[in-house]
Design a protein around this ligand. Structure first.
Ligand SMILES: [Zn+2]
Length: 119
């Protein structure tokens, strides 16, 4: 068949904010859950016509809260001054973390080599 290119037109259906509004609902509202860095969970209701923002100030602690429970927005750090000691401590814990990771990787590798994975 010649003359292709008559593909389905890319009309987008259903591209809207999550949480579909059902017609005939008594209260046309939608509930959006926000998560903050303190693991607070805040359900905020919006009118269905309203576009819910990506972030919301947590009513419990005031930190910015986001839609992703696993990835809450980081609290804005108000660190007036970082001491040298703080840097050293940070470095050290980083090194420890790296050591632990290295150990884990080697353990994993040695297990893979021998072919038996023990849970
Ligand atoms: Zn909070």
């Amino acid at each position: 068949m010649a003359g292709g290119g008559n593909a389905i037109r890319g009309s987008r259906v259903g591209a809207g904010p999550m949480g579909e509004a059902e017609r005939g609902d008594a209260a046309p509202r939608k509930a959006v859950t926000y998560f903050c860095a303190n693991e607070h969970r805040s359900v905020v209701t919006f009118a269905v016509e309203a576009t819910s923002p990506d972030s919301w100030d947590c009513p419990k602690c005031g930190l910015p809260a986001g839609l992703d429970s696993d990835n809450a927005p980081a609290a804005p750090k108000i660190e007036p001054y970082k001491t040298h000691l703080a840097y050293v401590k940070e470095r050290r814990s980083d090194q420890e973390a790296a050591d632990i990771l290295e150990e884990a990787v080697q353990l994993l590798r040695s297990r893979r080599k021998s072919g038996d994975i023990i849970f």
